[in-house]
Design a protein around this ligand. Structure first.
Ligand code: M6R
Length: 434
């Protein structure tokens, strides 16, 4: 990406790198050469012939890429999680129905798809894993989620009826970009869920659904994660409607739930943040933390573990709670901290009972259990050492709330260890190498 300033020009992996200096940008394609000086920018191909590139204006507000009084970009970005969801919903709900204007003209194709493949890396892949539950529930199309770097190096079965959905905050992750190109070359249609305007992955895709989380500067992805899940839910509701696969009453209920998410995230931040930070402070010497979740809570457990690894350099693992008895329970020894994402006891409550019984099993072996459970769930009280509360939500929407305490915890623990939460060691914000 090139940023066009006055008497100064910029070169960055994405527009977030220079948006505080200029909002005029040029997107450079593959196999192009840029000569950049303070006075000008010249783009040519490999034979030296000039390439015409249309500048575009970045819609992000320059102040959005500033710390603005927060101790870190990450702290600011976690505080913006409610807005990230609200802005991603904006303009895509009409009279209780989801209609994504960017997908106009695709109805015929979407009505005919027989498979959805989601490709992404890291946190974006966990958003994809959450999205799979909603996509399958509301569209009745089988969904697979795959790490982009693994997908490319096998011989996947793709057809013109496969929709490949890539997810990337930066839109520049090389593994994801190469996977998108590969899927396209094999005849699939590609749709990019991306947070960065004009980035390479959306430009290389057949369709784009932008998340509107605003610039994410901290290396750890937080507000983009909740925005990605929101975009996937919108996509699922849109495709479900186009295919006639979702009951209109269920669709309206889902929209009501989605619209309530920003307020509920704000409540988690308001009521739980300082308690979680205190907990993180007490746990500053912890050397290993485990995370358990089931169903939509499972990718949240993986996300909690990834955040702790990347920010606090602590050994952390996420497991599906049902998998405990197949091996991981051997890791439990007295004092081992375990975060458990507890599903709601409402509805059939079947999964809730199973997860509470998992908690009892690990507690009996000495684990220190920190449960993330909905308000009013008293069944977790006797079994857990700490309970972090999230507001009531339908099961599919719980991940958007349960992840917030985990983001705060990882940030708090890294801060308690005196680490730089915005720029963890060995990592880059945009991973532009394979
Ligand atoms: O820009 P992307 O969403 O494509 O990035 C993908 C991953 O590199 C990214 O989510 C990474 O895992 C984060 N640092 C995790 O917090």
């Amino acid at each position: 990406m090139i940023g066009l300033g006055e008497g100064e020009n910029f070169l960055g992996s994405d527009v977030a790198a220079f948006v505080e200096h200029t909002r005029n940008a040029l997107a450079i394609g593959q196999d192009e050469i840029v000569a950049i000086t303070p006075e000008g920018v010249e783009v040519t191909d490999f034979s030296g012939a000039p390439v015409e590139v249309e500048p575009f204006e970045v819609t992000w507000d320059a102040s959005a890429a500033e710390k603005g009084g927060w101790s870190s970009f990450m702290a600011k970005e976690v505080s913006e999680e409610p807005e990230a969801v609200a802005n991603t919903l904006r303009g895509r709900i009409h009279e209780g129905q989801v209609e994504i204007p960017e997908l106009d003209g695709m109805d015929e194709f979407l009505a005919d798809i027989d498979r959805i493949l989601v490709i992404a890396c890291g946190t974006a892949a966990y958003a994809g894993m959450v999205g799979k539950y909603a996509l399958e529930t509301w569209t009745r199309v089988p969904v697979d989620v795959e790490l982009a770097h693994e997908f490319r190096y096998r011989d996947p079965v793709l057809s013109a009826r496969t929709l490949v959905v890539s997810i990337s905050q930066s839109g520049e992750t090389m593994d994801t970009l190469m996977a998108v190109k590969y899927a396209r070359s094999r005849g699939a249609k590609t749709l990019s869920i991306c947070n960065t305007q004009g980035a390479t992955i959306p430009r290389e895709s057949d369709a784009i659904v932008y998340t509107h989380a605003g610039p994410e500067v901290a290396v750890a992805s937080t507000k983009a994660f909740v925005a990605q899940i929101t975009a996937l839910y919108l996509l699922a509701l849109h495709v479900g409607r186009v295919r006639g696969a979702i009951d209109p009453v269920v669709a309206v209920e889902a929209v009501t739930e989605l619209e309530a998410v920003p307020g509920k995230i704000a409540r988690v931040l308001e009521t739980e943040q300082s308690r979680i930070e205190q907990l993180a402070h007490w746990m500053a010497d912890t050397r290993s933390v485990l995370f358990l979740g089931r169903n939509v809570g499972y990718p949240i457990a993986l996300e909690g573990a990834l955040k702790l690894k990347e920010l606090a350099y602590i050994h952390a693992e996420g497991f599906a709670a049902g998998e405990l008895k197949h091996g991981p329970i051997a890791l439990i020894e007295p004092g081992q901290p375990v975060f458990v994402v507890v599903p709601s006891p409402r509805g059939s409550g079947e999964m809730h009972k199973k997860v509470v019984s998992n908690i009892e099993e690990i507690r009996a072996r000495g684990a220190r259990v920190i449960a993330i459970a909905e308000e009013g769930d008293v069944a977790v009280l006797p079994a857990a050492d700490e309970v972090l509360r999230i507001p009531l939500a339908a099961p599919l929407f719980e991940p958007l709330l349960a992840v917030v305490p985990l983001h705060i915890f990882a940030m708090g623990l890294a801060e308690a260890k005196g680490l730089d939460v915005d720029q963890p060691r060995n990592l880059a914000k945009s991973v532009t190498v394979e």
